[in-house]
Design a protein around this ligand. Structure first.
Ligand SMILES: NC(=O)c1ccc[n+]([C@@H]2O[C@H](COP(=O)([O-])OP(=O)(O)OC[C@H]3O[C@@H](n4cnc5c(N)ncnc54)[C@H](OP(=O)(O)O)[C@@H]3O)[C@@H](O)[C@H]2O)c1
Length: 241
């Protein structure tokens, strides 16, 4: 049994997920680097270890039941519990995606990864999280999923997006349902938005660095026991639903 803090970050081979793993590792935590591709996983683990992080590879495709079950088994064997889960893996489903022309396959892909993937991973990890003294779950969402902002004339809400933005709205709604069910436990679950960061997800058009984007996840992963649950935050504070 590992007595230090154990975290798992999904989609940790690049972009914001990699920086979340690096940031949690810099706290001295042991970080599971959840990555679906073996080469990309080994590359990320090697780079993190070279930076001094106690990183270990976790084969993980969030859309695959067997992969997720095996990932939970690996963490159970290695650490016996999980303290922090960061559901970071995400896809846009491919752009452009105007509602009037969107391919249903694009919708399904975005929801499968961004919503069902989060549920699949969270539920597989919950038995391990329940063994932690201060479990935290962070769901990487986006302000583009804010219905309030979408309905506010002039608000910055990203491109027209039939699949990606609604998938984050769906994820926010699911986060609230988890918070409701887990309210009487010590598990804190929140959604965070990293801001518009330059990553593969947007062809590196973002204006923030992935490291800046990782900050909100690290903050929500390190909340005190009396911290919020069922919230949606970015660096500036609460984001309207
Ligand atoms: N960048 C932004 O401006 C921005 C803004 C708001 C929210 N976000 C959110 O932040 C999170 C990270 O985004 P990012 O910008 O860092 O994107 P990114 O650079 O494209 O990284 C996405 C990560 O998710 C992984 N992934 C995708 N599908 C997966 C699956 N089925 N199983 C496991 N891993 C999978 C990718 O792995 P592969 O390398 O194997 O594809 C990659 O590691 C996402 O949830 C995104 O929606 C980003």
């Amino acid at each position: 049994m590992n007595e230090g803090t154990i975290a798992l970050v999904t989609g940790a081979n690049k972009g914001i997920g990699y920086e979340i793993a690096a940031g949690l590792g810099a706290l001295g935590w042991s970080v599971g680097v959840g990555v679906r591709d073996e080469g990309r996983r080994e590359g990320a683990v090697e780079k993190l270890r070279a930076a001094g992080v106690d990183a270990f590879g976790v084969p993980l495709d969030v859309t695959d039941d067997a992969s997720v079950a095996a990932a939970a088994g690996l963490i159970e064997e290695r650490a016996g519990r999980l303290d922090v889960l960061v559901n970071n893996a995400g896809i846009t489903g491919g752009m452009p995606q105007t509602p009037t022309t969107v391919d249903p396959a694009t919708m399904r892909a975005a929801v499968e990864t961004n919503v069902i993937g989060v549920i699949r991973v969270t539920n597989a990890m919950l038995p391990l999280l329940r063994r932690s003294a201060s479990p935290r779950i962070v769901n990487m969402s986006s302000t583009v999923g804010s219905l309030t902002r979408q309905a506010t004339p002039g608000a910055e809400t990203g491109p027209i997006s039939a699949a990606y933005a609604p998938s984050k709205t769906f994820l926010n709604a699911v986060t609230l349902q988890y918070a409701k069910e887990l309210r009487d436990t010590n598990i804190l679950i929140n959604a965070g938005c990293p801001g518009f960061c330059a990553t593969d997800l947007n062809g590196f058009r973002g204006v923030r660095t992935p490291e800046q984007g990782a900050a909100i996840a690290i903050r929500l992963a390190t909340l005190p026991d009396d911290g919020p649950t069922g919230g949606f935050f970015d660096d500036a504070g609460p984001v309207p639903w």
